[in-house]
Write a protein that binds this ligand. Structure first.
Ligand code: G3P
Ligand code: CA
Length: 337
């Protein structure tokens, strides 16, 4: 099943949605009307939620993203000490939570996938301990108005939220989990894949037409998953050798699509000459989803002249099938125009 953004039911959302924050009383979320997109529009994938507007990977950020018209919400997945999957971009949570002030003595240093990292790691904390934390905005130049308010959600809570929001708006809210450091987590006895599949199966989502994509920068776990589930898989890539025509043809033996950096699609700051990645991927039978559309000048290629909608239009013109954005409202606006 391909979720379409054009459903008429997308036009109006209820005036009040309730964010699920298990340790707090439900709070109303302000109304945002999701616009209607053209039927052929690429998927809008809310990168870590509406992470430009709310601290990343929070139920409040995911909810806002859906209200803004996102087709999919993206939880990056890591494990707790007691084997519960939670949504965090990395297992080190010092930059995105208040853990430093609450568990100062638990700071440590580890080597994760070859990088030496100092901080606080999800695999050293039980879920109950992580529940005492609150999310903070990662980037200094984004709003910190919501710091200290929102919980770290579990993957099960993200799935429950997507189900609830999908029922409310009348068509499915897709979920796009990414396995973070899967080899590392398997090596410490906290593998991500099995509990992820269990959660998806519990909700009847282990289907080729489910509104789910599973993504990974690693290929080993995707190749294994391709034998264990019919859920569509997306191979994330970051280097040129990963996207040669031959590599893409091999990728198509286990993956539904390729997730590429926008810079792998079209040049750098000044070049508007596209690479052959989209054409090669499509020739191999792969969909192409790009990450990450971000409007701030520190991220946006200079050739867009400060206009993030120009980037949306360029990706649309070049034929991508999905766009990850920190500001899903901007991606929706660009597609609607
Ligand atoms: O998953 C697509 C994109 O999110 C990959 O980058 O580092 O934000 O997970 P990252
Ligand atoms: Ca991700």
């Amino acid at each position: 099943m391909r979720i379409r953004s054009s459903s008429v039911l997308r036009l109006v959302l209820p005036s009040l949605l309730v964010a699920c924050t298990p340790a707090q009383a439900p709070r109303p979320v302000p109304t945002v009307r999701a616009p209607v997109l053209p039927a052929a529009a690429p998927l809008v994938i809310a990168h870590r939620g509406a992470s430009g507007h709310r601290p990343e990977h929070t139920l409040e950020g995911y909810t806002l993203a859906v209200q803004m018209g996102a087709d999919f919400i993206e939880p990056d997945l890591v494990s707790t000490k007691d084997g519960v999957l939670v949504a965090r971009h990395e297992n080190e949570i010092g930059a995105t939570t208040d853990v430093a002030s609450k568990f100062a003595s638990r700071k440590t240093r580890k080597v994760i996938d070859g990088d030496t990292i100092s901080g606080w790691f999800t695999e050293d904390f039980t879920l109950a301990e992580l529940r005492t934390l609150r999310a903070n905005e990662r980037l200094s130049f984004r709003s910190h108005a919501y710091d200290g308010q929102f919980l770290i959600p579990t993957f099960d809570e993200v799935l429950a939220l997507a189900d609830s929001l999908g029922r409310t708006r009348g068509h499915a809210v897709g979920v796009y989990p990414e396995t973070k450091h899967p080899t590392y987590f398997r090596g410490i006895g906290l593998a991500i894949e099995e509990p992820m599949l269990r959660s998806l199966r519990a909700r009847g989502l282990d289907r080729a037409d489910a509104p789910v994509f599973i993504q990974s920068f690693e290929s080993g776990n995707l190749r294994t998953l391709s034998k264990q589930t019919r859920i569509r898989l997306i191979q994330l890539v970051s280097t040129a050798p990963q996207v040669t025509p031959a590599a893409l043809r091999d990728m198509a033996t286990y993956a539904y699509g390729v997730g590429a950096n926008t810079r792998q699609i079209v040049g750098g700051d000044s070049s508007a000459v596209p690479t052959t990645l989209i054409a090669d991927a499509h020739a191999a039978g792969l969909r192409v989803h790009v990450w990450t559309l971000r409007p701030e000048l520190v991220f946006l290629a200079k050739r867009y002249g400060g206009d993030p909608i120009a980037e949306v239009h360029e990706m649309l013109r070049l034929g991508v099938d999905g766009m990850f954005g920190d500001y899903p409202d901007q991606v929706v606006r660009g597609l609607r125009r």
